[in-house]
Design a protein around this ligand. Sequence first.
Ligand SMILES: Nc1ncnc2c1ncn2[C@@H]1O[C@H](COP(=O)(O)OP(=O)(O)O)[C@@H](O)[C@H]1O
Ligand SMILES: [Mg+2]
Length: 291
Amino acid sequence: MSTTESAPLLTVDNLAVEYPSKKFRARPFRALTDINISIGRGETLGLVGESGSGKTTLGRAILGLAPVTAGTISFDGKDISHATRRDRRDLSRDLQVVFQDPYTSLNPALEIGAILAEPLGVQGMEPAAARKRVKELLDQVGLPSDAINRLPREFSGGQRQRVAIARALALSPKLIVCDEPVSALDLSTQARVLDLFLQIQKDTGVSYLFVSHDLDVVRHISHRVAVMYHGEIVEQGPADAVTTDPDHPYTQRLLLASPVPDPDRQEQRRADRHRLLEAQRMQHEQAGALA
Ligand SMILES: Nc1ncnc2c1ncn2[C@@H]1O[C@H](COP(=O)(O)OP(=O)(O)O)[C@@H](O)[C@H]1O
Ligand SMILES: [Mg+2]
């Protein structure tokens, strides 16, 4: 009996990533330490943490773009920690990515139709079938079919991100690594693109690793949330629990630092944050005095 259907789609065990130092004979820089996460089929794991905490590095390690120095990454029942180039080409059918910057992630010289047909051609799809698939994809991400003959520069940031999402969806992947995919967009566009991610998941059953520095974004999109701090996961659990009533002091600070639209609530947040920092400082001092 096969157990692969009930096993998580992605499992990361005791992962470490080290970047070689640019200085001669200097020790490598350890960007990730002992990372353990898993993502089920049709599930979204939100990955939140401040800038420089290692979120992008984790996404890149999964995609084979950052050096894995310890631990394993398993995807769909296979160990992909040290997948070869050829393995990666096959994997790209099932494992895709959407990056933050919609202005640099699309080839400016290619029309949208060609951008979307490219991954289909690489996998050997006939041109007629590819044209049909491109139309489906545009429809799926809420873009008009005449987008096919237009260039990326004719579109807004939100529309370009829709093109990037369509490209990621082209081969019906099982997992999409989304690295701050709405962070460059204004608030109302963010909300619409997040809803698109949710709708696509409902329709296709795709899983997401959804990276963001913004706790509100992560709360909205995720089933579970992992919190990264200085290259380690300090807390993970159901999205609601982690984002509204976190256990870890770092997550508590992150929560109180996230902006709220209502000025009264913002004032309350500021007061709460002040109290929390003060309490943490006193705890710290007491621990120091006891040591
Ligand atoms: N290619 C690289 N070479 C060396 N150090 C890197 C490289 N990429 C990222 N780093 C370092 O790894 C740490 C984590 O970076 P990153 O994963 O980009 O964090 P985040 O996405 O959370 O902002 C940072 O200290 C960053 O400077
Ligand atoms: Mg990043």
